[in-house]
Design a protein around this ligand. Structure first.
Ligand code: NA7
Length: 544
């Protein structure tokens, strides 16, 4: 460690301040308290749930299977919570997360409706001073569990604020339900949120105009209720489910396909694609031919099959043509829908191709494109998020010598295992950039467990300060940047930050996947956490 300025130690208010009450923050709080640390969790929303608190638009739901997205740390919890559907909707997810908070007595440790506006590290005392609402809290360790998809993005469209009707972002949906009945509605954006909402409201509205910039490959979610027999099977299989989810590369239960596309004839491949089309959620990616994402020809054939499906479902050929993407499957995060393409057969629904007719401005009455103005009662912005770094870069985090995190990351994030970075001692961000490529809670759970390993090691050694070593951060960030080109996602996707004007194009996921994360964590633990430097305040005795 370059600097040794840690001189005094005064007791902070808490061992840990955790920011964010979503899936990751709740688990982090549980693990911290269970390990005997003092902790408080600060959440800007008026309820817990994070993503699943804010994204309460019609038909917001998991597109990973409910029981693979949920917590696995407690068999009792797994057994007592019966998910109603294979892909749970937002209300059920929010109920589940509240249940977890109460079940494990976490609520008393959570401050709701409180936004963190700054967090500054003091080198002399090795503590963080966190400003949250009216409170100033000092803690040894700061954990940002602020999520990768938590800062909603509004495009800079002229006149956006001047619209006189109702206006909503899917990621900031109000708690009181929005009444769409008989309304003229515009939806801008056709990502995962847009496709869920569009199909859900089409029946109620007077008219629905969808503004699409990039068509995406939306395949059926194929959701259904979980039968009593399946509930019993899930309970009986808990250990094997947990084992598979804790060790699989993607964090899903899906069984990989055991042959490559060349092993099948064209007719067999078409039968297999049909099977994929009818299979649940992400299996279209994880159980498809293994060469789907590595061989452009294989991918193009799957796209040909999907384009045929779209043409078969959507009756108006011009609309169908607009809905067929011009990129390969998996170059962007694929959405999963329920009757999405069918919705365009509803005469109340129309599709505007923004590449042909861009929005020129939002007016007081509606939206104006090159084709003229259309009036609306409601505009829904389903325009996504500042992925990966958005929330972290806006929390006022200041490390050594007042170093601003957003400056340190001005050219894109630099991290060790997607949990820590140099210059910011005693600071961790499980679930952050460079961490995952797959089922997020599984990766983030691995990261929380690793953070706890580091903190317990530090406590046992009687140290006060922990900071990642430069080589360790260079190794992980180098791995991310080197292998970014092997990712299926293209540089035009939000996983590279391309959706945010001016954001550096850097890969924000972990291209090594879960095996890489697991092996790096194992190496860190085997090496006695030598990827970190630890420091103890002067005069502090080591524990016996
Ligand atoms: P996404 O997937 O980022 O989708 C955002 C959509 O908004 C997408 O269709 C964008 O088109 C569109 N968009 C963004 N900016 C504009 C502008 N300026 N004009 C028109 N359209 C625009 O966000 P979601 O909320 O749907 O999903 C986020 C994640 O939640 C998802 O990946 C899952 O993990 C769950 P673009 O493709 O950029 O051309």
């Amino acid at each position: 460690m370059s600097e040794h300025r840690l001189s005094e130690r005064t007791d902070p208010d808490f061992d840990l301040v955790i920011v964010g009450g979503g899936i990751v923050g709740i688990y982090q709080l549980y693990r911290a308290l269970e390990a005997g640390f003092t902790a408080t969790l600060i959440e800007a929303g008026d309820g817990v749930g994070g993503t699943w608190f804010w994204n309460r638009y019609p038909d917001a739901r998991f597109d990973s299977e409910s029981y693979t997205y949920a917590y696995l740390f407690s068999e009792e919890l797994f057994e007592e919570w019966e998910w109603q559907e294979h892909f749970a909707g937002q209300p059920e997810i929010e109920r589940y997360l509240n249940h977890v908070v109460d079940r494990f007595d976490l609520r008393g440790h959570i401050r709701l409706g409180t936004r963190v506006t700054s967090a500054e590290f003091d080198e002399a005392t090795a503590t963080w001073t966190v400003t949250a609402g009216d409170a100033t809290i000092r803690s040894s360790v700061l954990i940002a569990a602020t999520g990768v998809l938590s800062l909603p993005f509004y495009p800079d469209v002229p006149g956006r604020e001047s619209f006189g009707g109702e206006s909503y972002h899917t990621g900031l949906w109000p708690r009181t339900p929005v009444d769409f009945v008989g309304k003229r509605v515009a939806v801008i954006g056709t990502g995962s949120s847009g496709v869920q909402l569009i199909a859900a409201i089409a029946e109620e509205v007077a008219s629905l105009t969808v503004y699409q910039r990039t068509a995406n490959w939306c395949t059926p979610l194929n959701n259904r209720p979980i039968t009593p027999e399946e509930q019993a099977q899930l309970r009986a299989d808990f250990e094997s489910i947990r084992h598979t989810l804790n060790t699989s590369a993607t964090g899903f239960l899906h069984v990989p396909c055991d042959r490559s596309s060349a092993d099948d004839s064209k007719a067999q491949r078409w039968t297999f694609y049909e099977e994929m089309w009818n299979s649940p959620g992400f299996t279209k990616m994880t159980s498809n031919y293994p060469d789907l994402l590595t061989d452009k020809d294989v991918n193009a054939e799957w796209c040909e099959f999907l384009a045929g499906k779209i043409r078969g479902i959507v009756k108006d050929p011009a609309t169908a043509a607009k809905l067929i993407p011009d990129h390969l499957y998996g170059q962007r995060r694929p959405p999963f829908g329920t009757n999405y393409y069918e919705t365009y057969n509803n005469p109340k629904v129309s599709l505007v191709d923004l590449k042909a007719t861009p929005i020129t401005q939002v007016t007081e009455r509606g939206i104006e494109t090159a084709d003229g103005e259309q009036e609306f009662d409601i505009i829904v912005w389903a325009t996504g998020f500042d992925f990966g770094t958005g929330a972290l870069n806006r929390m006022g985090i200041r490390g050594r010598d007042g170093l601003a995190l957003e400056e340190y990351w001005a050219d894109g994030p630099s991290t060790y295992l997607g949990v820590a970075c140099r210059g910011f001692p005693n600071f961790f961000f499980p679930g952050g950039p460079h961490g995952s490529t797959g089922n997020n809670p599984r990766y983030a759970g691995d990261q929380v467990d690793f953070v706890m390993d580091v903190l317990i090691h530090m406590r046992e050694a009687g140290d006060d300060l922990v900071e990642v070593e430069a080589e360790a951060e260079e190794y992980w960030s180098g791995m991310v940047n080197t292998y970014a080109s092997t990712a299926s996602f293209s540089e035009a996707s939000y996983f590279f930050g391309a959706n945010i004007p001016g954001k550096p194009i850097r890969y924000l996921l972990n291209p090594g996947g879960r095996p890489k994360l697991h092996s790096a964590i194992a190496r860190a633990i085997d090496g006695g956490f030598d990827s970190f430097a630890f420091e103890r305040a002067a005069g502090r005795p080591r524990p016996l």
